[in-house]
Write a protein that binds this ligand. Sequence first.
Ligand code: 2DT
Length: 211
Amino acid sequence: MSAGKRGALIIFEGCDRSGKTTQSRLLVELLKSKGIPALPMNFPERSSSIGQVINSYLTNSKDLKDEVIHLMFSANRWEHMNQMKQKLLEGHTLVVDRYSFSGVAYSSAKGLDFDWCYAPERGLIKPDAVFYLRAPPNDLTNRGQYGEERYEKVEFQSRVAKVFDRLCANEASYWHQFDASQPVDELHARIASITEELLPTVATQPLDTLS
Ligand code: 2DT
């Protein structure tokens, strides 16, 4: 990629088992096959020391107060910001499975205040696009491995879905909502076409922050 052209920050959001991981992998593969530098990432990033605490919490081997784990998820994003900024400015497109919006959705679904949940996310790099894979939580239980981690309960997931809907309405300028129950290749084709339009547009724009 030529000097001065940055990559895009692309985020996949949605409830558990909505297909984010598959779709983000397909998008990275497509971009790479076209010679566009692309890197996959996901949050929580479980390898750092903060990430390891989050992993123990999610696998139910550790209990933490709702506020504490919320701030740890946010800290896990903050600890990766410099590295992400550098990659974007070098021209890499980052395709990220979950970001700040999962933080807000899961914690406010537990009953924490929405604005309190959003506050520590302000100042993080603003995504160029969020692909929100939306599916009725009852559909999601049919997919593999549902129920193994802390949050994989239908009633909880439907509260999470409501917060994602609210975020999608609030942040409509860069959110794209999709029906997650459509065939994988059709969904991929839609996402690919939006991404291919997006990349040249954002390449010369400065990075922005969540506000
Ligand atoms: P994965 O199954 O996608 O690894 O997610 N979560 C995630 C939060 O509660 N807050 C956050 O900030 C993030 C990024 C969503 C593991 C679970 O962690 C939840 C599901």
